[in-house]
Design a protein. Sequence first.
Length: 173
Amino acid sequence: MRNLKKAICIYCKKEFFHRRKIQKYCSRKCMGKSYTTSIEKKCKICRNIFYSQPNSIKSNRGKYCSRQCKDKDAMNINGKKASNWRGGRTITRDGYVSIYQPNHPLVTKRGYVLEHRLVIEKHLGRYLTRKEIVHHRGIKYPIDSIANKQDNRIENLMLLPNLSKHRKIHKKH
């Protein structure tokens, strides 16, 4: 019995000898049984009792009873705690810049406000109403270009009282 190491099986708790560096089980039978055994756990969200595999608990999984509970927990992670956080500045599908401002009165579901609205609000010293529209004049870039939509300097922005006034300006161009 030279070069054999003594170990205890983590499933059946029997003592055994092995040659490998790391061996947790005395046999393949014990290893198979350990993967099929379940441990009783409480769901992190709904507190229902569910059963989880020991290897999923070790790898920091097995906290939720269902995919819905896992998704609910993931939905609550916003802002700087989110794994895909990029500093709170994103570009919308339309090409406008959005800033993360969760406490703003005209915030989106995700907590963002369009940057050009924030620039005008800061300049005026008040919040804009829902009806007020901020128009990009197109001083430096063509009006319909993405660069113009992202040019949020105060001299490139114009506040309009409603959508009809905004449409009239676009008909002229």
